[in-house]
Design a protein around this ligand. Sequence first.
Ligand code: PMP
Length: 307
Amino acid sequence: MVQKADKIWFDGKLVPWDEAQVHVLTHTLHYGVGVFEGIRCYVCSDGSSAVFRLQEHVERLFLSAKINEMVIPFTQEQIFDAIIETLKANRQPEGYVRPLCFIGAGAMGVFPGDNPIQTIIATWPWGAYLGAEALEKGIRIKTSTFTRHHVNVMMTKAKTCGNYVNSVLAKREALADGYHEALMLDAEGYVSEATGENIFMVRNGVIKTPPLGSILAGITRETLMILAEDLGYTVVEDRFTRDELYCADEAFFTGTAAEVTPIREIDRRTIGEGSRGPVTAALQDAYFKLLRGDNPKYGKWLARYTI
Ligand code: PMP
């Protein structure tokens, strides 16, 4: 159960958490055309707080809206500032931020007409998405019976609410079968991503990740690629199959919520030594240092705030 904060920013105003309500004929509730972001903020080692890559998340929110032909009635700067304002109002030094733009009530057909585009920003404390132990020991995953979206069925570059029906189905199946997460293949059978994470594999020191086809262009994915190159690794964006993945020395997921989570088993095959591998450990360490403000090269990626 999500831990309540004091306020939710709703169409320009901070309202008490319990009063952030919508009408049951909200268009998005029926047809799934809404766009959202998942953002994290951390306490830095100097005691201040920082939202990680806030600018990029806000930009992606607006691109998701553009793809879905939704016009957000605020500027990117206003949403950026509203996120900081909400974190401060909730006195939240660390946690998760969820902006969501949705089509409000009005027309009830599939064509949303001029129904209002509404925006909320919620924040709440949220620990490790796949559990604290997962970050250290790694997780067990299983190839899903659900295929990831074909690029002409759903707009996979947008973080659209309705896209997540596929994720929820796959996640439920993976958990019911005793796994931590689902591995999803694209419509051609190549490894795509997970229900809310991008995937990387490591073999013979080379790091590989699927190209931007059916996957969401993860901000953590991009961050990890940059950090890996800084550490001297070669990173290749290329398609690979599940059997190539079975032979990996290491594999890991990336995502704002999941951060850098090692994968220790795929479809009953142990990956590497069945624990967090050295490349994953090095990248995880570099990622957490960056988030905590200990990598001055990327200070620009931290939107600092004090409560
Ligand atoms: N793929 C999907 C489907 C996701 O929902 C997410 C989480 N936003 C990611 C990948 C990872 O993206 P990011 O690193 O930007 O959080």
